[in-house]
Design a protein around this ligand. Structure first.
Ligand SMILES: Nc1ncnc2c1ncn2[C@@H]1O[C@H](COP(=O)(O)OP(=O)(O)OP(=O)(O)O)[C@@H](O)[C@H]1O
Ligand SMILES: [Mg+2]
Length: 402
């Protein structure tokens, strides 16, 4: 059997994660994994080249040691407020009389759909197919072989700052790796944490990490919207550090050990022992106080997202509810609180499929990196069509004008 090795890199604000997977005829199998603390990335953007390169090198070394494989290139998960997205439509004429649609027609439709006015210093990361429409008949996934006069393709276009992407490439290169492709965080996570039925019904996925909360909305199986919110677990930790006058490390420990999200924080009994900022003494703090600080911030993040969903008209457009993933989905009580604020069912999304074995990689913080492995396998054919990115070809115009 012809086995191939693929590698996925998730450059998170909390940690850098690398997964190495073997791809054969069956499902991909994750054979190596490495994680290291990230101190050079803030909200998806590299703020320190050396620290980021070092973190990638560490994670790579761990993943290579575990798998016994050497890697040379990676696909990379990206996020941050430099990312913008828009839905667009491309139209091509097949022929006046109608004939069978070929792969080349689909390629022309995609090219036409990718023609948008880019903001300065932005480049296209994805043009994700949403649906094809043949002679006004929509909902088509694969039009090749069907007959028609006019073919339209709706795509979800994601763009990112060229400067940010260039800096990521630089860090990856410093770790002796090459970037194959960038993949939006929420898109990657959706491959690990969502079920097909949920996407068909209509669902919202929130990947709440350390620096960003990445949102993706699916309806009728198609991506309808993506957005990046620059607030997540890091804010909660900082609030605890300020509120309780402890170090960030101690605040992180308190959050993970004692943190509960609940509107009824007043009812919580008991105390936590905490180390004060000077490190000289221990204090006792009521659990209700810890929970109040955490709940206040979580509520604020969810209210912001709720407002955005209402603004977009996506509110109520999610029969399958909300799926919460990313490291902050580990917070106790967060699913219940989310369901109170979003007024819908909420479940915690953990990586499913993608050759994940053991307990560790099925934690919600690995949805991004494991989802990217699945994305790479499922879109292998797409990435082979890289020549699409050649913008010079306007042959489809000729067909229309003929
Ligand atoms: N048990 C836990 N309870 C509460 N929070 C947790 C727990 N485990 C992890 N977290 C939080 O999850 C966050 C890290 O999650 P994740 O690894 O998904 O983020 P990231 O990918 O590094 O960051 P981002 O995607 O935002 O750039 C941290 O803020 C961490 O405090
Ligand atoms: Mg992440």
């Amino acid at each position: 059997m012809n086995e191939k090795i693929i590698s996925a890199l998730d450059l998170g604000s909390g940690s850098v994660k690398i997964a190495i997977a073997e791809v054969g005829e069956n499902e991909p199998l994750v054979v190596g994994f490495g994680e290291s603390i990230s101190r050079g990335i803030k909200k998806g953007v590299v703020v320190d080249l050396d620290k980021t390169s070092q973190a990638i090198r560490d994670a790579k070394q761990k993943a290579e040691n575990m798998s016994g494989k050497k890697i040379t290139s990676v696909d990379v998960v990206v996020s941050g407020t430099h990312i913008h997205s828009v839905n667009n439509k491309g139209t091509v004429i097949i022929s006046r009389e109608g004939r069978e649609i070929t792969k080349d027609d689909v390629r022309r439709a995609e090219e036409s759909a990718k023609v948008i006015m880019l903001q300065p210093n932005q480049e296209i990361i994805h043009a994700l197919p949403r649906q094809f429409i043949i002679d006004e008949q929509g909902g088509i996934r694969n039009p090749v072989g069907m007959s028609g006069i006019k073919l339209e393709e709706e795509v979800h276009i994601v763009t990112g700052s060229s400067t940010v992407l260039r800096n990521i490439k630089k860090c990856v290169k410093n770790a002796d790796l090459r970037v194959n492709d960038f993949v939006l965080h929420s898109v990657a996570s959706s491959y690990a944490a969502l079920r097909e039925e949920e996407k068909e019904l209509g669902v919202v996925l929130l990947d709440m990490g350390a620096g960003t909360t990445d949102l993706i909305v699916f309806s009728e199986g198609n991506i309808s919207f993506t957005e990046v919110f620059p607030m997540a677990g890091e804010y909660i930790t900082k609030d605890l550090a300020y509120g309780l006058k402890v170090s960030l490390e101690e605040a992180e420990r308190i959050k993970k050990e004692y943190g509960v999200v609940t509107a009824e924080y007043d009812d919580l009994e008991g105390e936590a022992e905490i180390q004060d900022i000077s490190g000289s003494g221990k204090n006792k703090i009521p659990l209700s106080k810890i929970s109040e600080i955490i709940t206040y911030r979580v509520d604020e993040i969810f209210e912001n997202i709720r407002f955005e969903l209402i603004k977009l008209g996506e509110w109520g457009n999610m029969p399958a509810g909300i799926v919460l993933t990313g490291g902050s989905a580990n917070l106790k009580g967060i699913a219940k609180r989310a369901s109170e604020i979003f007024e819908t069912s909420v479940r915690i999304g953990k990586p499913i499929g993608g050759g994940v074995s053991g307990d560790t990689l099925t934690m919600p913080q690995y949805s991004g990196v494991i989802g990217l492995v699945k994305y790479m396998v499922e879109n292998e054919n797409l990435s082979k069509r890289k020549s699409f990115r050649n913008w010079g070809d306007f042959s489809w115009l000729k067909d229309i004008l003929e």
